[in-house]
Design a protein around this ligand. Structure first.
Ligand SMILES: [Zn+2]
Length: 457
């Protein structure tokens, strides 16, 4: 039978798949660094060639202001649903390089894992879709459903081009459901379907005072130090318990129902393991009236992502810096509006700023959060696919991170997203020594093969 044949084709093809993945992982396609743009382009070309090779059609790149979107399709299953497969070929920067045990762009296989930047986020995951399709086409000569691919190169910078591209090419991206593998399971035997993603809004804050760095002995105590003024502002963005202190920040946040809280409490969680995963901070922190699981999935947050100014090298320079900057981002939950939160945050920072310094705030990126409709029939098919391979039904979990396309597809196409991730919690996304388990790729390919056949029924 076709399904069984496809599963054994996937097995046979596995050594080649791992080889191909290493090739892709060697391309340092860091989207946030403009100087790396030729590498980002090289990754797009690699993906195009690969899609062509496995038998997809209409393979092309759609130009954007920055990094191209790769499109491909296979549309020879009339009367069957169409699945849009989403992934991203760009990666986060690899620094700090000295914390990597092996070089980030020289993928290394060790202990059943491949270590490289992008191993789990997202090269080692979207390639699972390609491998499943390759196996089915090899075994069966045709696919049970229609498929389209949208593989972008700007996810790690907030997908700035996606909105416009989905409008321009509205017809070609029509589909019944979107398949996304860019998230993780709770454990190797505990698969997960993500039911919501948080939104993101970020700003760059610059505080300036004197026109040049000053001698702290000559001017200190009489000219307001911009770095100190910035720290004073930042210190007031949370209250003592860790609640965000931006007025009206929580106004639109839907309160967690008893049912929500009970569902979250069912997800296996051990505080000690969580602290270890977080790199052993002395204690947890944040809104005391919510559990850690609630804080990291269902509550909005505000983080200071970076702070710079003055002299922080070896030794001492007794300087009163002329300027200081901070990068601040907020994770938002459903119903919070990105523009509204950005203006509340800006207004709060301006209100906290003393008249002795100048404050300028620039938007960096934003994208809304989204909630997946669990009643959609494709959710049941995705669940059954996991159960067939992992032997257990997946749990439904809220994701703390942000995947901009989920809200865009929901708002523009009313298209549900199936967030079927195969990563593991300790994969180290955005961190040194990012990895992906090869066993998870193997089981991921089998799960997606099951999913495609399930969608056809
Ligand atoms: Zn990702």
């Amino acid at each position: 039978m076709a399904l069984t044949d496809a599963l054994s084709a996937a097995q046979q093809y596995e050594p080649q798949l791992f080889h191909d993945l290493l090739e892709l992982l060697r391309i340092p396609s860091v989207s946030t660094v403009l100087a790396a743009q030729s590498e980002v382009q090289r990754a797009a070309d690699w993906v195009c060639a690969y899609l062509q090779e496995i038998g997809l059609e209409h393979v092309q790149t759609l130009e954007t202001n920055r990094n191209p979107i790769v499109y491909a399709d296979w549309l020879h299953a009339p009367g069957q649903p169409t699945v849009l497969c989403y992934g991203h070929y760009d990666v986060q920067p690899a620094d700090p390089l000295e914390l990597w045990r092996t070089p980030p762009f020289e993928p290394t296989i060790d202990g059943g894992n491949v270590y490289a930047r992008g191993a789990a986020d997202d090269k080692g995951q979207f390639i699972i879709h390609l491998a499943a399709i390759r196996a089915i086409l090899q075994a069966d000569g045709r696919l049970p459903v229609n498929v389209k691919f949208l593989i972008e190169g700007e996810e790690e910078i907030g997908s700035p081009s996606l909105d416009a591209v989905l409008d321009t090419y509205h017809d070609i991206f029509q589909a019944d459901a979107c398949l996304i593998s860019d998230s993780h399971m709770l454990a190797p035997d505990c698969p997960v379907i993500i039911t919501s993603v948080r939104g993101l809004v970020a700003v760059h804050v610059e505080v300036t005072g004197p026109g040049r760095d000053l001698h702290s002995g000559t001017f200190g105590g009489a000219v307001h130090n911009p770095l100190q003024a910035l720290c004073t502002i930042l210190a007031r963005l949370h209250d003592a318990d860790g609640r965000v202190a931006v007025p009206h920040f929580y106004d639109r946040v839907r309160p967690l129902t008893e049912h929500d809280r009970a569902a979250l409490a069912q997800i296996p969680f051990t505080r000690a393991a969580w602290l270890a995963e977080a790199g052993n901070p002395p204690d947890d922190w944040g809104e005391p009236e919510y559990t850690i699981s609630e804080r990291t999935s269902s509550r909005p947050t505000l983080e200071i992502n970076g702070l710079a100014g003055g002299f922080a090298g070896d030794g001492l320079k007794t300087v009163l810096p002329s300027r200081a900057i901070a990068k601040i981002s907020c994770r938002l939950v459903a119903d919070q509006d990105t523009e509204e939160i950005r203006s509340l945050l800006s207004a709060t920072i301006h209100a906290l700023a003393p008249p002795t310094v100048r404050v300028e705030i620039k938007p960096i990126q934003s994208g809304p959060g989204a909630t997946v409709n669990l009643d959609h029939p494709a959710i049941q098919i995705a669940s059954a696919a996991y159960a067939a391979v992992y032997g257990v039904a997946p749990l439904f979990v809220r994701e703390g991170g942000s995947i901009p396309i989920v809200a865009l597809l929901q708002n523009k196409f009313n298209m549900p997203s199936l967030l079927m991730g195969f990563g593991l919690p300790d994969d180290g996304l955005h961190s040194p020594n990012e990895k992906m388990s090869l066993a998870q790729i193997r089981r991921g390919v089998a799960t997606i093969v099951h999913f495609f056949y399930g969608m056809a029924r």
